[in-house]
Design a binder for this molecule. Sequence first.
Ligand code: NDP
Length: 452
Amino acid sequence: MNAQHADALQSFMEEIERRNPGEPEFAQAVHEVAMDIVPYIADKPVYQELKILERMAEPDRIVTFRVVWENDHGEICVNRGFRVQQNNAIGPYKGGIRFHPSVNQSVLKFLAFEQVFKNSLTGLPMGGGKGGADFDPKGKSEREIMRFCQAFMTELYKHIGPNTDVPAGDIGVGGREVGYMFGQYKRIVNRFEGVLTGKSLEFGGSRIRAEATGYGAVYMMEEMLSHHKESIEGKTCLLSGAGNVATYCAEKLIGMGGKVVTMSDSGGFIHDPGGLTHEKLQWIMELKNRRRGRIEEYAREFSGATFHADERPWKVPCDLAFPCATQNEITADDARQLVENGCRGISEGANMPATTEAIRVIQGAKNVLHAPGKAANAGGVAVSGLEMSQNSLRLQWSRAEVDQHLRSIIRGIHDQCVEFGTAADGHVDYFKGANIAGFNKVAAAMIAYGVM
Ligand code: NDP
């Protein structure tokens, strides 16, 4: 980046930080995009005159609300709910709902901002949004989860709709929670309509939606490797997380001949040097989805596996890494370790899993293929978009049809990254490619609408 671009970036970021005090995650996400977009638009005056990037970094609106519910002991509990409607230039707001104690406005604004670019990359007509609550589902009974979801939707329903804003799941929100929220929406508005995605198959869900984010992260890795005449087969893979994204990422990797040696949760990671099998993965899914247990139990169940409390897996030697837990889970030290150990590719199942310094270390290495979350985990929202299409058509497509769409959408995202991110020496900067391609479509729509 030349000095003039660096100055422009600095003054843009100073204004972002001044307008959004105490929101470090949001500033980090905007910075990651602005690093590529500020130089890109430097010789395109229309984007600057119309303040397109400035407008993209300002949410259309943010709704915050009180969520009151009663626990099993008859006590009244108070949580805070949010919906960030970031940008609907190319379609209804679309993005997940997160239930986790760390949820705050900064985290949801970063996720909503990322979502705008991700949804644009899919090629489907979806704007960007994100929502959630600082509710901790851990240790709650089934009935408590149900009451919380109903209380949350009792306020949220006023702000969403199949042509307005279509939420889905994220951390702490899976099929069970989507079911409770959809049921409450339907009860209040007295209409059966596709207002949420990630629904069960019986009431309008799409095949492959649960699998889509994890599968998509693997398809993205496959695209990057095959672009460089390599493949997944026989490669040792590190995964973090043991939730929706991580488990289906592991399933697809095992199916394609990858050797998955780690998984994790917020208590630490397990290392199984022999590699997970489909049977072992099934055991993890049962542990997490039904018994709601901790990953450390894996090391007691399977000989040869070890548990590493309060640690992340990135020090284990690998060929490929799939961070699938949460934001900022790869630090600069972790990145150095990955590079030193010869890691060839990173596909981000999670949103913004690497810190800014970590990205710099990885990009500096030049030989690591690194797909950002907005490209690598777009499979989830892509199949959500397909679920919306199926709901509108009142049809349900087969597994093979949805999987074929998913693969071709991810291939399209990879091609856009290559188109906008390839340097003169042939090196592909997937971050740059994804940022510019995602920006272009939204910017064109915003310009068409005039100043608003
Ligand atoms: P889940 O709630 O199903 O699983 C999250 C996993 O990450 C759990 O194993 C959880 O462990 C672990 N985790 C969460 N927070 C932390 C933390 N602070 N430190 C260490 N581990 C943590 O969520 P998903 O799998 O749906 O989401 C994972 C990531 O993928 C998120 O970044 C999400 O935004 C992103 N994503 C998800 C999509 C989807 O379709 N679901 C779509 C696109 C992106 P524990 O159980 O101990 O909390």
